[in-house]
Design a binder for this molecule. Structure first.
Ligand code: NAD
Length: 696
């Protein structure tokens, strides 16, 4: 079969996996590969076969969109192709550059040999999609690299380098220079051999510790709470040590099928595809190119500013950090140093690299030094007057075309932009705390923000390894606007009969990283209190208002930093302990408000808080503040500790069934009034049997 993907070079057939962008092992690619292998096997002039990837990588894996469809298993399946390779008298060599991930690596393990170019990454990341490697990976990797290495790669899903692959027996050789000549040379050497190694015929290398699997099971059950995939991965690896290969393969297939049809994996695949969708901005022409950001200025070296400066410095982009007060600047710089040094002491960063990053952050008290920055991000006090004053100054100072960004949590970006003569250059970049760690950034498009500034901002955030999600202007944008509804319901539930520990317990059981009240204590209660006092004169008097949080603040309890908040904390500990004083205070507030306390179930706690998120999310969608439901899910999972295996609040509502969610919202409206007015979009989708994922 003549093709650009097949050639014979000095007795070795070279087959390219060619299916842009990542050479995904879709059905068409498998058919072509099988045909080329047949050609090579039939050709008496070929005595070795090299399979490599076209373009930048070997193979990125299976076609995720084809999961749960017949195309994923249509013959020739990867299993069938590998079986034939294992029977081949001619050696088959996988030549790996860029990356070999998922089914790509599983296929490579089915070849006789693997040569990997230095810089390549080899990995089985299926667990991150709530799956296990279902193409023989759980059976072949323990046989090639041993059980311990297999657990690390399969249960955690992190890739290894070419050199690590060589050391563990996953690769046979590392090519320091060009891959193809090295692979052809390797092929010439092994072609002479009478037999070639077949992974499935080997014995898995088992750990010395007889208790290994039990200990791992306990570790995983704790660290991956609520997720079935990591434990299933472990069970399959164990099967590689107790069952013959074919039985192990059958077991792997069965467990894969359970996972691939389960909600958790569907949720995680939803989020994977959601990240790709979030990068697309309908209405902005494809030819709008991002501007290059060579120099960033960050204003304010407080909690957020220092973290934001680190995120650029870590990505190799020079930063100038400007402060109004020298003392704050020095404190910020000390925080930055401490954070980098902490990473070094954990062995996650080399000392030289930490120093290079710190050196990329220049500090100044002189505003004029920001004049040539391509992007300015302000993280000063959350005060409209302060921000407007600052933006007017930036307008006078900064070069034309510079992107002027605000990290405000909830102020009106349009009002800030109006303080300048160039609102088209103004945008919100809402980072999450700690900003050097959290991936999410809400990119807030103002009414006048230009498409170039949107595209440039999304692009530079991505360059720093973060996840930008485009949102519109409203109070609190997407995340904080939704969380306000959730927090309100959590506080109402206290008055109605629950305790902070009960509410948090139910939410943690649901899968949230932290309950509402432990989270509030961690973040600090004083900022919200100040905001409520400011807004008190405008609060509608006919609406229910819980005084619990205010009364806790009045006692000087601002959360962890004062040793007490909704919980109490022992000196030096972050463990929230129930506090009888708070329980008494809740009962008193309920009595004053004329609320009769009753028994609250965990189910009600979850429904009241999570459906409050869903109903507000639906309003946000309808108003066009979020572009798509999956963007809201990304925000919640990456910014608010919502469990990935539930797919985010909107996806979760889809899995419950929008008719059921809507019925509960109506019931809550009857019981609790206008806070629960159903979003018209929720009503429409529920009544037409649609979902947020497929609203049409
Ligand atoms: P912070 O009080 O820790 O830091 C603010 C810093 O800005 C201070 O060091 C102050 O000296 C400096 N500053 C004030 N006015 C200035 C000016 N005119 N010029 C230069 N420097 C000035 O506050 P923070 O928590 O880092 O919050 C900063 C912004 O980020 C706020 O708008 C806040 O709403 C937003 N934000 C905060 C969080 C959070 O969790 N803390 C999360 C997202 C967004």
């Amino acid at each position: 079969m003549a093709s650009e993907n097949y050639s014979v070079q000095g007795g070795t057939a070279v087959i390219y996996l060619n299916n842009p962008p990542v050479n995904g092992m879709g059905h068409a690619l498998r058919e072509e590969l099988a045909a080329h292998l047949d050609t090579a096997w039939a050709d008496p002039n070929v005595d070795a076969i090299v399979i490599t990837g076209a373009g930048k990588l070997f193979c990125g894996g299976a076609d995720i969109k084809a999961f749960n469809t017949p195309a994923s298993r249509a013959e020739p399946s990867s299993r069938t192709i590998v079986r034939r390779i294992e029977e081949s008298a001619k050696p088959v060599i996988a030549a790996i550059h860029g990356s070999a991930l998922g089914l790509g690596l599983e296929f490579a393990m089915g070849c006789h040999y693997r040569i990997a170019q230095r810089g390549a990454r080899l990995g089985l990341p299926e667990v991150k999609l709530g799956l296990l490697p279902g193409g023989g990976g759980t059976q072949r990797l323990p046989r090639l690299a041993g059980v311990e290495a297999a657990v690390k790669m399969i249960v955690e899903g992190n890739p290894v380098s070419a050199d690590e692959a060589l050391a563990m027996g996953l690769a046979d050789e590392v090519a320091a220079g060009e891959l193809l000549p090295a692979a052809l040379d390797f092929a010439r050497r092994v072609a002479k051999g009478a037999t070639h190694p077949v992974a499935s015929q080997r014995q898995a290398k088992v750990p010395a510790d007889a208790n290994f699997f039990e200990a791992q099971r306990q570790r995983i059950a704790k660290s991956k709470r609520g997720q079935p995939a990591p434990l299933e991965c472990l069970a399959c690896i164990e099967a590689a040590t107790t069952m013959p290969f074919d039985e192990g393969m059958k077991f792997e297939r069965e467990r894969f099928d359970v996972l691939v049809n389960g909600t958790e994996s569907k949720a995680m695949r939803h989020l994977f595809l959601a990240e790709r969708a979030a990068a697309k901005i309908p209405g902005i022409p494809a030819d709008v190119a991002p501007a290059k950001i060579a120099k960033v200025a960050v204003i304010g070296a407080g909690t957020m500013g220092s973290g934001i400066a680190m995120s650029f410095a870590s990505a190799g982009i020079p930063v100038i950090l400007f402060e109004a007060r020298d003392e704050a600047l020095q404190r910020g710089l000390a925080t930055i140093r401490r954070n980098y040094e902490g990473t070094v002491s954990k062995g996650k960063l080399k000392q030289e690299e930490a120093e290079a990053r710190i050196a990329r952050i220049e500090t100044t008290l002189d505003m004029a030094r920001m004049a040539d920055a391509d992007l300015v991000i302000e993280a000063v006090f959350e005060d409209m007057a302060v921000k407007r004053d600052l933006f007017a100054k930036l307008d006078a100072l900064c070069k034309p075309g510079a992107v002027l960004a605000t990290n405000t949590s909830r102020l009106d970006v349009n009002e800030i932009a109006a303080a300048t003569s160039r609102p088209q250059s103004v945008i919100g970049l809402h980072y999450f705390s700690p900003a050097n760690v959290m991936r999410l950034v809400e990119v807030v498009r103002g009414a006048a923000t230009s498409p170039e500034v949107v595209v440039t901002s999304m692009n530079v955030v991505r360059q720093t390894g973060k996840l930008p999600v485009l949102v519109g202007v409203c109070d609190g944008f997407v995340g904080n606007r939704m969380v306000a509804q959730y927090a309100r319901e959590a506080e109402f539930l206290l008055e109605e009969g629950a305790t902070p520990a009960q509410v948090d317990g139910a939410l943690q059981k649901f899968g949230l990283a932290m309950g509402r009240f432990a989270m509030a204590d961690l973040a600090g209660l004083d900022i919200g209190w100040a905001g409520r006092k400011r807004l008190a004169p405008t609060r509608p008097q006919h609406l229910r208002y819980s005084k619990v949080a205010d009364r806790i603040c009045e006692m000087g309890r601002f959360g962890q930093k004062t040793g007490a908040g909704f919980y109490r904390y022992e000196a030096g500990s972050r463990t929230p302990l129930p506090d009888p004083i708070v329980n008494d205070l809740i009962i008193e507030c309920a009595r004053e408000a004329g609320i009769e306390r009753r028994t609250i179930t965990d189910e009600e706690i979850v429904e009241r808080t999570i459906y409050a998120l869903v109903n507000e999310g639906a309003k946000i969608l309808e108003e066009g503040i979020a572009q798509r439901a999956s963007d809201i899910d990304l925000i919640y999972v990456n910014g608010y500790g919502f469990p990935a295996w539930r797919g985010g609040p909107m996806f979760y509502a889809d899995t419950v069934g929008l008719d059921k969610v809507y019925a509960r919202v109506l019931e809550f409206e009857r019981q609790h009034g206008e806070f629960w007015k159903p979003a018209p979009l929720l009503k429409r989708l529920a009544e037409s049997g649609k979902t947020f994922a497929k609203p049409e």
